[in-house]
Design a protein around this ligand. Sequence first.
Ligand code: FAD
Ligand code: NAP
Length: 338
Amino acid sequence: MEIKENYSLKALNTFGIDVKARYFAVFQSVDELKALLTFQQQKGIPRLIIGGGSNILFTKDFDGIVLKNELGGIAVVSENDKNIFIKAGAGELWHNVVMQCVDKGYQGIENMALIPGCIGAAPMQNIGAYGIELKDVFYELQALNILSGEIENFDLARCEFGYRESVFKRKYRDQFVILNVTLRLNKIPVYNVSYGNLHQEIDAKYKGELSVKNIANAVIAIRQSKLPDPKFIGNAGSFFKNPEVDKEKVAQLKSMYSNLVSYPIDNQKEKLAAGWLIEQAGWKGKRIKDYGVHEKQALVLVNYGGSQGKDVYDLSTSIIDSVKEKFGLVLEREVNIY
Ligand code: FAD
Ligand code: NAP
């Protein structure tokens, strides 16, 4: 285990922002993690745990220690007539876990294929896509309480999952390192293909035949056709959350914008598509020097290469301001800013 100094984080964040960490190290075991946390506490410097760096925007050098989680291992830990329980080390890539389940025919996470990053970060914002969220397949996780040094168990209720939210993003922010996650998958499939054009894609490509493999492949194809690949264009996926808005406000907006896109949440609230709001405010495809708003999905801010995180952050502020002016709604950033 080596602690590197003044280490470039460019390859470690999918925005491709070129900043440095004062110290940087990788941990592959809980003992290594504990030793690195002792180093950090002795130095009295900030720490940042990262996985794949796909939900992060660095706006400046990190004047502390960045710890990259590489805790590995994927295993079936138990099963019954209906379910199979898969436990993965927090450093395993989420998409690899999905594809291993897909290959074995374990159903439940195929709609979330191709989400970048590690499984250890998935509970942070209760990742979701194509009508499924982590919470729908989550069984439990183990996390290191940094203050006490104890490993604690979190079941579904304790994680307090919400829309792109969890207890780790709010109440326990920076207090726990997630070590492993256990998922509960189905042996008897309960497919969900009602989202957007997923069903049409399966009809067109697989004559409507539903299987975990066909659904995963359809999701992968749709995502590849719409989203910029961070290997070629820096980005962190959706930069903003979709706003959840009172029905009265939605009705008021619909009287002004008849093509407003909204989805029901409950009796009081509806979800608006932030990408649509940003597009209507005139930002879709807008490029400023080497950064901008993606041409196919206005929710995604991009770094075409060489731009500063601060520029991307300032762009996000301008977008928030203009959406507020046009619609009276305040967009919230989904990406974690450092
Ligand atoms: P990182 O970016 O490394 O970290 C994110 C946050 O979690 C940071 O605050 C970090 O400190 C914390 N963290 C990371 N690991 C741990 C740990 N082990 N313990 C405690 N804290 C930790 N998200 C979706 O929800 N749905 C999508 O469909 C989706 N699509 C995307 C598409 C693209 C092209 C991109 C670039 C991103 C997309 N995202 C999506 C966002 C992102 O991939 C997810 O949020 C992912 O879970 C982040 O994982 P990561 O390992 O990269 O986390
Ligand atoms: P899309 O299908 O063009 O849809 C635009 C927005 O409308 C989405 O944000 C989605 O909300 C909402 N929506 C569409 N159909 C819906 C339905 N039937 N029910 C409820 N809400 C619906 O979006 P996209 O950009 O191509 O993304 C597709 C999926 O991948 C979405 O689930 C999205 O969340 C996910 N994704 C997430 C990220 C990220 O970084 N968080 C990045 C890329 C893609 P939801 O976002 O709530 O689903």
